[in-house]
Write a protein of this length. Structure first.
Length: 263
């Protein structure tokens, strides 16, 4: 287990305070405090401990080559989320309670039983529910996107904000096969105007690969993706900034619409 030094402990406390008070940090004050993956996840664990609430789920980031290149990374990363970060659609969101949020179109999975690192994609297909979602990434830093360093992103719970999810269905009923999950098409609208569209194959070729990566990564760290936990698995589109208005994503394959009213 990675031990934090005094400066890294201070960093975790500063991240928690920024989360708790919605007062952003300046990255220049915390550059090079964390310089490797293991320490970044250890800082994240300490931030979650300071929140004093169990991990209700996760978000996976950097699931496309484009986003990995932006943060000089060669693999995904994850962030832990507490219960109040997951909201059912339609959801009203108060921008004053957020820092500098973005908006991403994703699929969310929820475990119907504990997931194992030995699970194949086919195993996972039968063990989860799936829903369309809008994730609202948000950092504890000022002017963070897209300049925030990778290790600070990881330390900051992968810049986790909110996840607004739609109707959940058993994945093996929503899709004909695992491969079918790569073919979900979604169109994003702002106040009725079409902004972007994307397809789920942007997420590591198939969002189930994102889920499998997370389950295995957690196992490497002695953690388990447990029954009831949810994950927002990676974005179909490069995220716009979340501004006031009605944001709606329309999915095909029976996933319906997910709505965020930002005020």
């Amino acid at each position: 287990m990675t031990e934090l030094n005094a400066k890294q402990e201070e960093f975790a406390k500063a991240l928690f305070k920024a989360y708790d008070t919605n007062t952003p940090l300046e990255e220049s004050d915390w550059k090079e405090v964390v310089t490797d993956d293991d320490t970044a996840y250890a800082v994240q664990d300490e931030v979650v401990k300071l929140k004093g609430k169990p991990t209700a789920g996760y978000k996976v980031s950097l699931t496309s080559k484009e986003t990995q290149d932006m943060f000089d990374a060669d693999s995904p990363l994850y962030g832990q989320q507490v219960e109040e970060c997951f909201l059912k659609s339609p959801a009203d969101v108060d921008l004053e309670k957020l820092n500098e949020p973005l908006l991403e179109v994703e699929l969310a999975f929820r475990a119907k039983e504990d997931l194992k690192p030995t699970d194949s994609l086919e195993d996972l297909f039968h063990k989860v529910t799936v829903a369309g979602d809008l994730e609202l990434p948000d950092a504890r830093f000022a002017n963070w996107f897209p300049e925030l360093g990778k290790y600070n992103v990881m330390s900051d719970c992968a810049v986790g904000g909110l996840v607004v999810y739609g109707e959940e269905r058993d994945a093996d009923k929503a899709f004909e096969s695992v491969d079918d999950a790569a073919n979900v098409h979604a169109v994003l609208y702002k106040d009725g105007e079409k902004l972007k569209e994307g397809v789920s194959s942007e997420v590591l070729g198939n969002p189930f690969k994102s889920l499998q990566w997370l389950v295995q990564k957690l196992a490497d760290q002695g953690k388990t993706f447990t029954k009831g936990q949810m994950v927002s698995s990676g974005t179909f589109v490069l995220p716009p900034k979340l501004t006031a208005g009605k944001w709606e994503v329309k999915f095909d394959k029976g996933f319906g619409n997910v709505v965020v009213n930002a005020k």
